[in-house]
Design a protein around this ligand. Structure first.
Ligand code: ADP
Length: 655
């Protein structure tokens, strides 16, 4: 598929192709590629593209311009008055699309309404860029709408009537475009390119220094979100100029351009297997088998579970004699001369070369390697903030689309940042949070970045209420996800959920950051079913005695170890206790822990040394893991790192 240049939700006016067809306005997802402008239905529930409703060929477009706004538009297309746009009580006000533009092509004008002026500008700029070599660009246009059978600007009644106003083509780019028509269109600039300062080519780093400088390969494309960022092109190499523990590194591309990149979008060239579709890091043997069973001829290359530093190729094949099919695992062997081979001694210098060979020749394997199977759709991960150093987010870049729920701090909404990126927006009810302290800490929390943590993207602090912007998780909170009775979870899926949480917690433990309120209600599930930990550390800023005092009705008593209940002593080991309770919630599909007791009975019960029972779905080994989290003495409880080891052992061994 052609690569997407822009993607936004806009309001689209019906085109009234027949005189009698009604005038209506619908929210549509617009996608711009080099060859088409298409629009789709949008599933707001799931944050996904729905069916295609129409498209315009780029080469047929003759003009892209703003439109003079309507007189007295209804509220949804009205520019909000100052201070009105982020009034949380009036949700309808922020679902506005007040900035119209027109895309004129052979069937007449298509009117599109943008939620923000900035987004309209960006789209017009990009559209003008992709049409700049079109042969039928016009010099005149209609500045006002065509409505009720005529143009409001000139009263002409034909939709295709020639424009009445001369285009101000500043810098004369349209004319120049026509006279310099080329057969191949150059790629359009990225949105920020025109504001980016191109530096002259720097001298090559000195050979000795070059030896020490780290080279990386991009695993994903990255479009700069602000001027300090550097664009990444999947598969390209970059030189790292400044590496740190932080999630953004300074890098240089092969053209000498420098800027910041999200460090989780690249991998060291030395372990660049990650760029291949067939390679799945951190996948167990049983997970590989599960995935492979979906497709005959499928194969996966993964890290060997039994031999560290080695790789295994897993293949699934059926045959006339074995219609059920079988899965075989082959360890990639290495000769003393560092050459690789699989079943027979066909030697290769690199693993990719070996795979390419076996994609065409079975040469001793049960089948040739037909289709690469990957664990998850390899979509780009979240970045730690929306661009390097951007922690204060401009609320004008946000569009609010749907209410997701209400929590301790108030309403949470789903929306888009710059019309394109999914985000969740927590609107902090005034008086519910010690805001100044939180804002001070937010910069630190933004640097916590892990694939199993719900990423904090930034904050809007210049208005009240303040907003906290985070990664959007389409399947909502884990507790509800578990309680949905329609779903039957396999034991392996339940263990996978615990593993996801444990990975996030191992990371927080390594950063010596305490969660303080780990529970299924504070984990979220994304569209791929991956569980991530949310609201880490937030409990410190809650202003509500019922929540903060261990005697309060909202205190997470059922997730707390004795030392917290008795002396408010929090530590990584109190998080470990909560993790055990979370595992129990997962395996009992969202039951309330100690459901027959009230809070003070629970406290008494726990202090006396009684513990939660084994949920039916949990095996003895799984129960042993959760039970180990409830050791009375904090120091006797395992670390998250040890817990993760135990969980992985089970994933490898239990079917
Ligand atoms: P608070 O931190 O104010 O207590 P919560 O995080 O509990 O709020 O959010 C309330 C509800 O909003 C959750 O139960 C969940 O359904 C929804 N929600 C919160 N954050 C997200 C998110 N990032 N993505 C999707 N849904 C979310």
């Amino acid at each position: 598929m052609a690569s997407i240049i822009l993607e936004s939700i806009f309001l689209k006016r019906s085109q009234q192709k027949k005189k009698t067809s009604p005038l209506n306005f619908k929210k549509r997802l617009f996608l711009l590629t080099e060859s088409k402008l298409s629009y789709y239905e949008y599933d707001f529930e799931r944050g996904r593209r729905g069916s295609k409703k129409g498209s315009v060929d780029i080469e047929k477009i003759t003009c892209v311009e703003t439109v003079v706004p309507e007189n007295n538009p209804p509220p949804e297309r009205q520019v909000p008055k100052k201070g009105e746009d982020y009034n949380m009580e009036q949700i309808s006000i922020i679902e506005r699309f007040p900035y119209p533009f027109q895309v004129v092509y052979d069937e007449g004008p298509l009117y599109v309404f943008s939620p923000t002026e900035e987004l309209r500008k960006r789209w017009i700029h990009q559209l003008k860029s992709v049409i700049r070599y079109n042969s039928d660009l016009v010099q005149k246009y209609h500045p006002c709408f065509w409505i009720d059978g005529q143009y409001l600007c000139c009263s002409q009644t034909a939709k295709n009537a020639m424009g009445c106003k001369i285009l101000e083509s500043r810098n004369g780019s349209l004319k120049a475009g026509r006279s310099h028509r080329k057969t191949k269109k150059p790629l359009p600039p990225t949105p920020e390119e025109d504001t980016m300062v191109m530096k002259p080519l720097p001298p090559e780093p000195a050979p000795s220094a070059a030896g020490e400088m780290k080279k990386v390969v991009a695993l994903y494309n990255y479009v700069p979100m602000n001027v300090q960022d550097l664009q990444l092109q999947k598969g390209e190499e970059y030189l790292i100029l400044e590496e740190s523990h932080l999630p953004w590194w300074k890098a240089r591309d092969k053209n000498g351009r420098e800027g910041y990149i999200p460090s989780n979008y690249v991998t060291a060239t030395s372990n660049s297997l990650e760029i291949y579709e067939w390679y799945s890091k951190n996948i167990t043997r049983s997970q590989a088998e599960q995935l492979l069973k979906q497709e005959e001829g499928g194969f996966i290359v993964r890290d060997s579970t039994s031999k560290t530093g080695k790789y295994t190729v897993s293949v699934y094949a059926k045959s006339a004699v074995d219609p059920q099919g079988m899965i075989r695992h082959y360890v990639v062997c290495c000769t003393p001369q560092n050459q690789y081979y699989l079943a027979e001694k066909h030697l290769f210098n690199t693993i990719p070369e070996l795979i390419t060979y076996h994609q065409h020749n079975s040469a001793g394997l049960i089948s040739r390697l037909k289709y690469p199977v990957s664990r998850h759709q390899k979509s780009a991960p979240s970045t730690a903030g929306l661009g390097y150093g951007s922690w204060e987010i401009d609320p004008k870049d946000l569009t609010f689309l749907k209410e997701l729920g209400t929590g301790q701090f108030g309403v949470v909404k789903y929306g888009k940042w710059r019309g394109q990126y999914n985000v969740a927006i927590k609107m902090i009810r005034e008086g519910s949070m010690s805001e100044d302290e939180f804002i001070d800490e937010a910069k630190v929390m933004m640097n916590l970045s892990h694939e199993k943590l719900v990423q904090l993207y930034g904050v809007c602090t210049k208005q009240r209420p303040i907003f906290i912007i985070t990664e959007y998780m389409a399947n909502g909170c884990l507790l509800n996800f578990l309680r949905e009775t329609q779903r039957r979870f396999q034991p392996a899926e339940l263990l996978e959920m615990c593993k996801d949480v444990c990975e996030a917690m191992e990371y927080l433990e390594s950063k010596q950051f305490l969660h303080r309120d780990l529970a299924a209600r504070n984990c979220l599930v994304n569209d791929q079913g991956i569980v991530k930990v949310s609201d880490f550390g937030l409990s410190r800023y809650v202003l509500d005695d019922e929540y903060t005092s261990s005697m309060g009705s909202k205190f997470p008593v059922r997730w707390s170890p004795p030392e917290v209940l008795l002396y408010s002593k929090f530590s990584s080991k109190s998080d470990v206790w909560s993790f055990g309770v979370l595992m129990w919630e997962v395996y009992s599909l969202g039951k309330m822990p100690y459901e027959r007791f009230n809070n003070s009975e629970t406290t008494e019960h726990v202090i006396q040394g009684l513990r939660l029972y084994r949920p039916q779905q949990a095996s003895e080994r799984v129960y042993a893991i959760m039970y180990s989290c409830w050791h009375e003495k904090a120091e006797e409880r395992p670390t998250f790192s040890a817990l993760l080891g135990s969980i992985v052992d089970i994933t490898d061994e239990e079917p």
